[in-house]
Design a protein around this ligand. Structure first.
Ligand code: ATP
Ligand code: MG
Length: 267
């Protein structure tokens, strides 16, 4: 990972001709180098109040780093007024022609639960970009791989309890995230208390019986490399987990969820 590079938008718009900037054009119009679209996007970002992009993250493109490169988007940090924010940009070769559905789903979740933070706030969006609140957190994979070994049981329980409860809240509004069954990067545990927040609704769907709760209980207690350790400390086995999923699916009620979470976390 290189050091973060801050690119001031006004400066870059006036000074893009030389080759060293091609990497930046490619990041904005990925996977192509399209100067027309680059200028359009830059002007639009400026108009929205974005002052700079910050090239920083784990994914390398050319000589720079970004936060994410998915099948549909490139994800960057940026400066909006004086705040760090996240910008999701539609890739020019994306299989969808807009990010509008993802933005709609995020807004629906955010507005459905003003007292439980399930997703980052959307600051603005267009067909080809979403500007999101930046959340400083660790991915569920890293959280389970690393952080839990430094936390005490009460702290782990709080974070996992909230993860499963929030998954139930998502199920309740008929939104299926679609990518939660493998513990990767789709849940961020946000400092200081490791509050879980869902990100990347790129594959989300409206469904009669969403599988967020059952996917996550399996991701945590069955599929992650630390699952066996977690089953040990919560005195679980695969049979108990199957049974919890079964009774959850039968009623999908608040009462059932509370019963299951009380049993697991000994509340
Ligand atoms: N609101 C946010 N706050 C902090 N980091 C974020 C936020 N949103 C995304 N990220 C970071 O950026 C990475 C990529 O974002 P995301 O998972 O939404 O898109 P992607 O998988 O790269 O693209 P696609 O939409 O095509 O799936 C995440 O794994 C996470 O590290
Ligand atoms: Mg993705």
């Amino acid at each position: 990972m290189g050091s973060p590079t801050l690119i001031n938008l006004e400066e870059i718009i006036g000074n893009i001709k030389n080759d060293s900037k091609n990497d930046i054009v490619r990041i904005i119009t990925y996977p192509f180098i399209d100067l027309n679209i680059f200028y359009k996007r830059m002007e639009a970002l400026l108009e929205k109040g974005i002052r700079a992009i910050i090239l920083d993250g784990k994914v390398q493109i050319g000589r720079y780093y970004v936060m994410g490169k998915g099948t549909n988007s490139i994800v960057l940090k940026g400066l909006y007024k004086d705040n760090i924010i996240v910008i999701k940009l539609l890739r020019l070769d994306a299989s969808r022609n807009s990010l509008s559905f993802e933005a709609e789903v995020l807004k629906k979740i955010y507005n459905s639960y003003l007292h439980h933070k399930l997703v980052p706030e959307i600051i603005d969006h267009t067909e080809w970009m979403i500007i999101l609140e930046y959340l400083d957190g660790v991915s569920i994979f890293d959280f389970l791989n690393d952080d839990i070994f430094y936390l005490d049981k009460a702290e782990i329980s709080r974070a996992l309890y909230l993860t499963l409860y929030k998954a139930f809240l998502l199920d309740k509004i008929y939104i299926d995230h679609g990518e939660l069954s493998r513990p990767k990067s789709h849940i961020l545990y946000v400092e200081p208390d490791y509050d879980p927040v869902f990100i990347d609704f790129e594959s989300a769907r409206y469904k009669e019986s969403p599988k967020n709760f059952s996917s996550i209980i399996q991701a945590i207690f069955v599929r992650h490399p630390s699952s066996e350790y977690l089953r040990d400390i919560y005195n679980l086995n695969l049979e108990k987990i199957r049974r919890y999923i079964y009774i959850y699916n039968k009623s999908r009620s608040e009462e059932t969820v509370n019963y299951i979470l009380t049993k697991i976390f000994n509340l």
